[in-house]
Design a protein around this ligand. Structure first.
Ligand code: ZN
Length: 494
């Protein structure tokens, strides 16, 4: 590989040079959505973060197998491990088959991801499609003595595991902290210790999602699926496991324990976690009433939104922050992203308007340095905001070329275009949103400008009839036109 990529490993708590287990190949697993509700801003961040990694790894020459799962069973309401199954609950409330719920929200998730230009993963396994693999995993953990059966359910014996290994190594906790911070909930009577987590749950009579197992008719614990499916598709030892920071504990901590307890060694080499999105400084949550779905962002139909935001604005907004830093959503922040994206896209459009010259003041050295700086930023733990700032700097150079204050040769111009396309389109995954809402709005505005420019020509020619006709027709359509000292302004009164 020509590029040396450094990524922050949550496990070692430092940036490490990325070295894959098999040269030239990367196996990566990212925890996907639990499909019982519409995808929201919190889903967009891990999807875009790991899409950026997927795109970059492929760009620098790796063959990548990217697994992103669909959780359609076993994710319970409280602490992920207690209460009612999220999908079964939705199915019960809406009188649907659980798989109807899962399919419906999976389809909606896919549509949102496609709109955000998130590439589909190589494999998208469903938890319900891998019950056998999960039962096998539970058997291995039981055989190795790190789990016990209690009233038809199987629980992981955290205390026993912790005597030999370290439960809490990923989240930086020790067992004592975990015990002190855990709440006693239902199921505790079955557990030897309240910190033990379910590997298999015996189904209550009303529980509709159930499968036979050696222990009971029931369903797998939430943490099992990722260990079982990661191993099935990527092997006993693979490169990258990612997800949101909220998954570090307990989900990923439990995944590590399951892997070590079943196979005696760790499964994952690099653990990567994206930070969270807050809304006006608050954590996002259904109970807080600040829960905005991606569909609502795209349509603008939510009381907290002052307007609709296109999928590319959302993508750009997320990429403008480093994935390990927090992002706070506000209308102002998204409007700034919208403007920033428009500036970048205008720069790219302007590239096509430049006429190359026989000699140029912008030389190949400049373009090579720009490319190099963009690679350096990406190699430094996927620093997308720095890449964007380099591209903004280059937009200023493009403007001087458009204004004919600088010159460029055809060769250098084509290299400059190539750098923009590589980083903005291929790696950052941005697209031109022609024909979508904001594109149409922009075109519409330009048409109104054009009409008013015609009116100014008419006025200059003292053709009052034409000038008045344009103004009156626009007024009929709801446009308020004001003449100013050096031209005009207009607004559409709805
Ligand atoms: Zn997972």
């Amino acid at each position: 590989m020509e590029q040396k990529l450094f990524i922050y490993n949550t496990l070692s708590r430092k940036k490490e040079e990325f070295n894959p287990i098999t040269p030239g190949r990367v196996g990566m697993y990212v925890c996907g959505p639990t499909v019982y509700g519409d995808a929201h801003l919190g889903h967009a961040r891990p999807a875009i973060t790991f899409d950026l990694l997927f795109r970059y790894l492929r760009h620098i020459g790796y063959k990548v197998r990217y697994i992103r799962n669909i959780t359609d069973v076993g994710h319970l309401e409280h602490d992920a491990d207690e209460g009612e199954d999220k999908i079964a609950k939705k199915a019960r409330l809406e009188e649907l088959e659980p798989m109807e719920v899962a399919q419906y929200y999976t389809n909606r998730y896919h549509a949102a991801m496609e709109a955000l230009n998130v590439l589909p993963p190589s494999i998208e396994p469903h938890a319900t499609g891998h019950i056998i693999e999960q039962i096998e995993l539970v058997k291995e953990i039981l055989d190795n003595g790190y789990a016990y059966v209690s009233q038809g359910s199987v629980y992981f014996d955290v205390e026993k595991y912790n005597k030999k290994y370290h439960y809490g190594k990923l989240s930086g906790r020790n067992l004592e902290d975990v015990i002190n911070n855990s709440r006693a909930l239902d199921g505790v009577g079955e557990k030897h210790n309240q910190v033990d987590f379910a590997l298999w749950k015996c189904a209550q009579p009303q529980h509709i999602m159930r499968w036979p197992s050696p222990w009971s008719v029931g369903f797998p614990g939430w943490h099992c699926e990722c260990t079982a499916m990661g191993r099935k598709y990527l092997g006993y030892h693979f490169d990258i496991h990612g997800g949101g920071m909220d998954l570090i504990f307990p989900h990923h901590e439990c995944e590590i324990a399951q892997a070590v307890a079943s196979q005696g060694r760790e499964m994952v080499h690099y653990w990567m976690h994206n930070n969270m999105i807050t809304i006006n400084g608050q954590k996002m949550g259904k109970s807080l009433g600040n829960f905005i779905t991606l569909a609502q962002f795209f349509s603008g139909e939510h009381e907290s939104l002052t307007q609709a935001y296109s999928p590319m604005t959302i993508r750009f907004f997320i990429l403008q922050a480093h994935y390990r830093s927090t992002v706070d959503f506000s209308n102002e922040a998204l409007q700034a992203s919208k403007k920033g994206l428009a500036r970048l896209m205008e720069g790219m459009a302007n590239l096509k308007r430049i006429t190359p010259q026989a000699a140029g003041s912008v030389d190949m050295k400049y373009v090579d340095e720009l490319r190099q700086k963009c690679y350096e930023a990406m190699n430094d733990d996927l620093n997308s905001p720095i890449v964007i700032s380099h591209l903004f700097d280059a937009c200023r150079v493009i403007n001087t070329l458009v204004d004919k204050k600088a010159t460029i040769t055809a060769d250098v111009l084509s290299s400059l275009s190539e750098v923009f396309h590589t980083f903005a389109f291929d790696i950052l995954g941005l697209t031109e949103e022609v024909g979508n809402e904001s594109g149409r709005e922009e075109a519409f505005g330009k048409v109104v400008d054009m009409l008013l420019e015609q009116r100014m020509i008419a006025k200059a020619n003292k053709d009052w009839a034409t000038s008045d006709k344009i103004r009156d027709r626009l007024a009929e359509l709801g446009f308020e036109v004001k003449d100013t000292k050096d031209g005009f302004t207009w607004r559409l009164n709805k």
